[in-house]
Design a protein around this ligand. Structure first.
Ligand SMILES: NC(=O)c1ccc[n+]([C@@H]2O[C@H](COP(=O)([O-])OP(=O)(O)OC[C@H]3O[C@@H](n4cnc5c(N)ncnc54)[C@H](O)[C@@H]3O)[C@@H](O)[C@H]2O)c1
Length: 277
């Protein structure tokens, strides 16, 4: 079969093949929670490589300071816990002072400790449930709330855009496995708040998107032996492997570049659908 490509003229519009916008991220600043490791670290490297500034926020002082030190100019780090509004506010203020503005909020801080609702020791601890939701969901909300206040102060670009928020959910938001009640609840909450925040921020010119990764090769999976990682990777239909953190960062870049991406969730999972256990 012969395929032909419709040209703009045939479609009756010369502007059909308009020049794709590619947002210049140089001299723009990203606030990245969980920026010291894994998906957040890869995103920080991508933004920095593109000439942007990165304000890293993470619980892990050693890794955060080391990464900021390695990146050097245009990178800074604030140690803190996303459960602590005061620490988040201080970090946002530090980013504003150092770089003058914030344009992107990337929420990557997260944990996923498994537990059964009814385990051998009895009912699951409420600290486990509240802690997971507190970091993953409430921590993401607080990060968005405090960074958006600053992003809203930017001058709009030619399309009226002031910045972009990207949150990180998980495929567990849709197919949580046994043991993932807390994690799935926290990630489902992120999915749920994506559209209402995008709708609210529309008038500010701030887009809001969520990425729901499948299985990515980050320190989160580091405790697993190579064999277990390979077996997890083999469950991914195509490509049959774990995702690379740089591929998550590429998706963040694509979101930043694509003005029509707003208010939705992108599954980044090689078509995996998690089994019950
Ligand atoms: N790796 C995967 O396969 C995968 C899949 C789906 C979703 N995710 C999500 O992606 C995000 C990033 O995960 P990752 O794989 O890069 O893990 P990671 O462990 O490499 O990175 C997470 C970072 O978050 C930080 N962090 C944890 N709790 C924090 C807190 N209370 N305050 C501030 N920082 C905190 C950690 O110190 C760490 O640097 C998480 O939200 C995770 O749930 C990961």
């Amino acid at each position: 079969m012969k395929y032909t490509i419709n040209r703009g003229k045939e479609l009756g519009t010369d502007s059909f093949f308009h020049k794709r916008r590619k947002m210049d991220i140089s001299a723009k600043t990203a606030f990245i929670s969980g920026g010291a490791s894994g998906l957040g670290e890869a995103t920080a490297r991508m933004i920095h490589q593109g000439g942007g500034n990165v304000m890293l926020f993470d619980l892990n002082a050693e890794r955060g300071a080391a990464l900021a030190g390695e990146l050097g100019e245009r990178a800074d780090f604030a140690q803190g816990d996303v459960q602590d509004s005061g620490q988040l506010a201080d970090a946002v203020a530090k980013g504003m002072e150092r770089f003058g503005a914030l344009h992107f909020c990337i929420c990557c801080a997260g944990i996923g400790p498994p537990a059964r609702v009814l385990g051998r020791e009895g009912p699951a601890s409420m600290d486990w449930f509240k802690g997971t939701v507190g970091i993953n969901l409430i921590g993401s909300f607080d990060t968005v709330r405090l960074t958006a206040e600053q992003i809203a102060k930017n001058d709009p670009d030619q399309e009226g855009e002031r910045g972009v928020v990207v949150m990180t959910a998980s495929v567990a938001a849709f197919e949580g496995q046994i043991g993932q009640a807390a994690y799935a609840a926290s990630k489902g909450g992120i999915v749920g708040m994506t559209l209402p925040i995008a709708r609210e921020f529309a008038k500010l010119g701030i887009r809001v998107m969520t990425i729901a990764p499948g299985l990515f090769d980050t320190p989160l999976l580091a405790s697993l032996p190579d064999e277990a990682k390979a077996s997890l990777g083999a469950q991914v239909p195509f490509p049959s492997r774990l995702g690379k953190p740089s591929e998550f960062a590429d998706t963040v870049r694509n979101i930043i570049n694509s003005p029509m991406l707003n208010g939705s969730v992108i599954r980044l999972d090689g078509a995996i659908r998690m089994a019950p256990r």
